[in-house]
Design a protein around this ligand. Structure first.
Ligand code: UDP
Ligand code: MN
Length: 264
């Protein structure tokens, strides 16, 4: 049943914890029936973990350096793959039969539980190269075998973009041609940049947006859009929405959990 399915996100820094918090709150606000899980690295502080525990069902510590000597050595030589390998860790969450991974820089605008009807590996096209999927939102099946194969693939072939998206696209290489049901509609991973690159399409279809992805260098937590202005600029509006979710947790804490108090 639904208890065996989960939304999963990842935070390896304190700022990405802010993003993860908004991911969880936005999913809850829209009444998900699935578990909501965050993977964190050992460097994340106790106070941040406490904050995350108030909105997530599970806070799972992952440490890729524990995954074995061979991996450890490989990572020492290729530190840039560190965060990528941490994200790949989501395949080890075998207590769940199916998961939806969401980058910590995403924001759900409505209930998206129907994503669990899709199979591995379902994702939306990347706006920069639509024959690649964007790895900010994807449906997967946890499996230790797949996890090992992904690590092997990474160690053998690296990642053509240095990140998880290059690795996942070369591993799930049939995605562009094989099965259209694994192509999520773009509205499940609407990247901010698309608003500028194809404005008429955004004006036509943007109101159907389900998940916004603040892909790229400018993240909401680094920007100053918390003012609630009546800007006509849509990106600003999504940023404002993000800040509203971050600053106003009232209706969106985990069932049976209290929102964290301001001081601790
Ligand atoms: N991430 C993280 N710490 C980092 C970089 C990335 O925890 O220092 C995680 C986080 O979940 C983030 C995801 O990896 O959303 C992918 O990175 P990002 O969203 O920054 O990449 P983009 O979507 O902009 O390409
Ligand atoms: Mn992202």
């Amino acid at each position: 049943m639904s208890a065996a399915e989960a939304f999963v996100t990842l935070a390896t820094t304190e700022s990405y914890c802010m993003g993860a918090t908004v991911v969880a709150r936005s999913l809850r606000r829209h009444g998900t029936t699935r578990r909501i899980v965050v993977m964190v690295t050992p460097n994340i502080s106790q106070s941040s973990r406490l904050g995350l525990k108030s909105v997530f069902d599970e806070v799972i510590e992952v440490d890729v350096m524990d995954s074995g000597d061979r991996l450890h050595l490989a990572l020492l030589g290729r530190p840039e793959l560190g965060v990528t390998f941490t994200k790949i860790h989501c395949w080890t969450l075998t207590q769940y039969s199916k998961c939806v991974f969401l980058d910590a820089d995403t924001l759900a605008l409505c209930n998206v539980d129907e994503l669990f009807e899709r199979d591995e590996l379902s994702a939306a096209p990347d706006p920069g190269w639509p024959d690649c999927f964007n790895s900010g939102v994807f449906v997967f099946r946890p499996s230790l075998r797949t996890h090992t194969r992904l690590l092997d693939h990474a160690l053998q072939h690296g990642s053509f973009d240095g990140g998880d998206q290059g690795l996942l696209n070369s591993f799930f290489s049939s995605w562009p041609v094989e099965d259209i049901s694994k192509h999520l509609p773009f509205v499940y991973n609407l990247s901010a940049s698309s608003i500028y690159s194809y404005l008429p399409a955004f004006q036509q279809f943007g109101h159907e947006a389900k998940i916004v992805h603040f892909l790229g260098a400018v993240k909401p937590w680094n920007s100053s859009s918390q003012r609630d202005d009546s800007s006509s600029h849509t990106m600003e509006q999504f940023m404002t929405l993000w800040w509203r979710e971050y600053l106003n947790p009232a209706t969106s804490s985990a069932p049976g959990k209290q929102p964290t108090e301001g001081q601790d």
